[in-house]
Ligand binder design. Sequence first.
Ligand code: NAP
Ligand code: ZN
Ligand code: ZN
Length: 395
Amino acid sequence: MTSERSPTKKQKTEQSTTMASAPEQFEGFVIHSKDKWSDFTKEKFTPKVFEDNDVDIESECCGVCGSDVHTITGGWGDLAVSPICVGHEIIGKVLRVGPKVKGIKPGDRVGVGAQVQSCMKCPQCKSDNENYCPHMVDTYGAPYNIGGADSGKAMKDKDGNQIWSQGGYSSHARVHQQFVFPIPDNMPSHEAGPMMCAGLTTYSPLKRAGTRPGKKVAIVGIGGLGHFALLWAKGLGAEVWALSHTPGKKEEALKLGADHFVSTKDKDWAKPLAFTFNFILNCADMTNEFDLKTYMSTLAVNGAFHNVGLPDKPLPEMMAQDFTSNGSSIGGSHIGSKKEALEMLKLASEKNLHPMIEQIDISEAGCKKAVEKVKVNDVRYRVTLVGFKKAFHTK
Ligand SMILES: NC(=O)c1ccc[n+]([C@@H]2O[C@H](COP(=O)([O-])OP(=O)(O)OC[C@H]3O[C@@H](n4cnc5c(N)ncnc54)[C@H](OP(=O)(O)O)[C@@H]3O)[C@@H](O)[C@H]2O)c1
Ligand SMILES: [Zn+2]
Ligand SMILES: [Zn+2]
């Protein structure tokens, strides 16, 4: 017996044969050298081999993350591969799914963040911590293995060259189903894109820190990540402070959900806040220039200063004694899990939470403009590259 919801064998066959296929080569805006970090050119590249758990996506838009800029400027080290296509806040339409994919079908609108694979076997992968898998594959600049992230066998193209992951300033994405997130219908794509990295990276630590009514939370650095953190911290019910070195961001920070705004340029800004915060989420990029002891002094007893911002340089040196006056600690985290991504999307959809997004059409000039704006802290508060169908002549 079949119901409306369970297709007949004939319908199933029709569905699989009507799956559109992605082209053999994908096309993206790439960088060749960190010395020319904003000179993009449009080029073709070979995607990974399509495997049983993969989902092919025709991309519609992609957010521009601070990490894209660290990567192309060489701030975190030399380019892993050249040319490199960055971008890991992708939204698009599913074209085809591998035989082992469950719950995602052609035509679905989905998103992909900063991770595209993990081993799916280790204790981290088995406990909704796949973002800490030792075999994780980043969305761009990571070598693929054939037959699984931990197989140890390099995936090669037809000329015998290693295939690397390439990111979302591109026409298509091919991603393991675990890292493909369905997007709620009421969410515009250009807003959902930046949630895939900036949103998830801030939601995960706020959730794990027990952010809820009664908690006092400070968000440091109101950029792409920080502005999402304000939305989530408020959405989860905490009392929220925005700590920024840009006084002009006050009005928008309050609109996004901050109850209070503190300009860290003001002398003695921390004094009235001594022993206040249960959790400080540091989304700023330049922590190496911070007087960290001052920030630590604003933590309540056993409070934590948590880094998601990943500067090019080491954290300032501290003494063990600097943590003893309030029993505080310093930590950090890397993106989030699929479980948390789905929770975040539900929270945003149900509470009607909207980020502030600037849209720029993708092109060589558009990519240049976007990354240069991020570099000089001139984005309010995230750029999403749009207009992919026109740029890549996809349907
Ligand atoms: N852990 C992870 O998994 C993960 C994931 C994604 C991104 N990241 C990292 O998170 C960081 C932020 O990324 P983003 O995309 O949000 O970048 P962004 O939009 O450029 O925001 C960075 C913010 O840092 C603050 N800032 C910049 N220069 C500063 C300075 N000299 N002193 C103090 N604060 C300064 C600014 O906020 P104010 O003007 O308000 O001070 C700025 O808006 C980057 O390091 C990125 O690589 C980490
Ligand atoms: Zn990112
Ligand atoms: Zn794993």
